[in-house]
Design a protein around this ligand. Structure first.
Ligand code: NA7
Length: 540
């Protein structure tokens, strides 16, 4: 009996999302001559760098380490204006990339994917859009962002405020005049810290509502002049080589000595140097044991606490800004520019919502257990339903009618963060448990997209139309990931890394969302699949 013949699907590949990841994947598919398209919910490309128009949004990764590395011509022609570029510059960069590589031709804007259902008989996904249209594709590739589902607090009255209010992810596109305004910022994660640092000098009065402080450290941004840019361009090979060597894809390398093996004077001098170094050096360029040895971590945290005490004049306020529930680097470290100094201004106030909880948002401002605050603007820097939130918004249905939301309700189990058993031909680029989450994003994304593109070329060459992660591959990945995570102090700190978000109806437990085993080990694992002919996957 012969196999039934089906018409070809509309596309060989559909990518969801036109941000950093989706653009690069589209470029690779275009090179491969694939019939592919990108479906983007927004009216233009850029993803994160289009959305987060809040004041102060910028890189914490060195600009030169963040750009794509795949094209020498692109590297040669693009000039970054600052060590850590601002949001608008990055958005311009992504537009430049899209224009230069003719990617716009393949992007459909204002196309929101609401559901995707696997068709086992035809080896294809049926993708439903918000406008009711349905299209089919052999492979479905998600590039939907890790932090693209913002969460608002569940305070009463959030909708009742009569001034301007917004979540940082939905900051207005048109410029906001903050001059003389009474502004509230709720939340002190990496986003809130950027907003507060930027606004402190530019508003009438700024009130920060803090639940838990984070360990923040100086960014040390600076302009890049033409001469420096020329030097940097000549060093791109070394820059990207350094990123490949480091666990997180940054230019900073860890120091392999142990904290207490280094005499105290030398240790302090080293930490002073780190503190003065731009970027994430103070996080990922430190002694490695600070991430897993509690005593080493406490020593370094005490050093950073000393810096905060030096920078904040009011000693009572300084203590409020020093975390006591987690050590340095066990949650995302916000990088800042004069953040702590902001609190030395008479016009900047800190409200600790543990002491005086927010009771409700009122038409005129914020009511705490203590008093009514009047504001012109309220900015919610209250974070995201991180990593799986964007997946939960799309009704993915796999083999046998299983939904991805159900499968991932507890832990989002995957093979290498790129595929999940029961959902053939669904490739979660930048998905949970991939290296992209705990990394300088484009560095990990280029690795993952390149690996998958090679896999895809192989499948096409062999005339195969179905790929699915084996259950055993997934089980092995999850236990490997759990073992590494559990060995680190960050596994015990509640943050979006571990799936904490108090604004959701979800009891907290570590959901093992991120791969912290480092880029080199991640690439090695992916490389082993290539060497074994993708033995971890069922192919048909
Ligand atoms: P984060 O890091 O999740 O931070 C959210 C902040 O908002 C954090 O300080 C929260 O306090 C605070 N928060 C959340 N809900 C509330 C309520 N209801 N009341 C008071 N405070 C609240 O998100 P970000 O946007 O700052 O950063 C996300 C990532 O984007 C960042 O790591 C970069 O990689 C880019 P909590 O700590 O939960 O007590």
């Amino acid at each position: 009996m012969s196999e039934p013949q089906y018409e070809a699907p509309d596309y060989e590949a559909v990518i969801i999302g036109a941000g950093v990841c989706g653009l690069y994947q589209m470029h690779r598919l275009q090179e491969m001559g694939m019939r592919a398209t990108v479906l983007e919910a927004a009216g233009d490309l850029g993803g994160t760098w289009r959305q987060n128009r809040y004041p102060g949004a910028r890189f914490d990764s060195e600009s030169v380490s963040y750009g794509y590395s795949f094209s020498k011509d692109l590297l040669a022609e693009w000039n970054w204006s600052e060590r850590f570029a601002g949001r608008a510059e990055t958005e311009r960069y992504l537009h430049h990339v899209a224009d230069r590589f003719d990617l716009r031709l393949h992007i459909q804007f204002n196309r929101t994917v609401t559901a995707a259902t696997w068709d086992e008989a035809r080896h294809r996904w049926s993708v439903t859009l918000a406008d009711g249209e349905t299209l089919t594709t052999r492979y479905l590739l998600t590039a939907i962002g890790m932090l693209s589902t913002p969460t608002l607090p569940r305070y009463k009255g959030v909708d009742s405020f009569e001034g301007l209010s917004f979540h940082t992810y939905h900051a207005p596109a048109e410029p906001v005049d903050y001059t003389g305004k009474r502004v509230a910022v709720i939340g002190t994660g990496a986003t809130g810290v950027q907003v507060i640092s930027e606004l402190a000098d530019n508003v009438g009065d700024l009130t920060v509502f803090q639940r838990r402080p984070n360990w923040c450290a100086p960014l040390h941004n600076a302009p890049i002049g033409p001469e420096e840019m020329a030097t940097l361009k000549a060093s791109y090979d070394e820059i990207f080589a350094a990123c490949r060597e480091s666990g997180g894809g940054f230019i900073h390398q860890p120091d392999h000595r142990k904290t207490f093996e280094v005499p105290q004077v030398e240790r302090l001098a080293f930490w002073e140097k780190l503190y003065a170094t731009p970027g994430f050096a103070k996080w990922v360029g430190n002694f490695g044991d600070v991430s897993f040895d509690a005593a080493a971590n406490a020593e370094y945290s005490a050093f950073i606490a000393g810096k905060i005490r030096q920078r904040v004049k009011d000693p009572v306020l300084a203590e409020k800004l020093i975390p006591t529930d987690h050590g340095f680097g066990t949650r995302r470290v916000p990088l800042e520019t004069r953040y702590y100094e902001a609190y030395n201004r008479d016009t900047v106030h800190l409200v600790d919502v543990n002491e005086t909880p927010i009771v409700e948002i009122t038409p005129t401002g914020v009511k705490t257990s203590d008093k009514d605050y009047a504001f012109d603007i309220i900015i919610y820097a209250t974070g995201f339903d991180a990593i799986t939130g964007a997946f939960d918004r799309i009704a993915f249905t796999g083999v046998g009618g299983q939904t991805l939301k159900d499968k991932w309700a507890d832990i989002p189990a995957t093979a290498y963060g790129v595929m999940t058993h029961g959902f053939p031909n669904l490739v979660t680029l930048a998905g949970p448990q991939s290296a992209s989450v705990a990394s300088n994003f484009p560095r990990a994304i280029e690795d993952i997209v390149d690996w998958w593109s090679g896999f895809l070329a192989d499948l096409r060459a062999r005339g195969l139309t179905r790929v699915e992660a084996k259950q055993a591959t997934e089980d092995a990945w999850v236990s490997h990931l759990q073992a590494i995570t559990d060995s680190l102090l960050l596994s015990k700190a509640k943050s979006w890394f571990t799936g904490y978000n108090g604004n959701l109806d979800r009891a907290y437990k570590n959901r093992y969302l991120i791969y912290v085993g480092g880029g080199p080990r991640y690439r090695e694992k992916l490389g082993r699949e290539v060497d074994t002919g993708y033995a971890g996957f069922d192919l048909a």
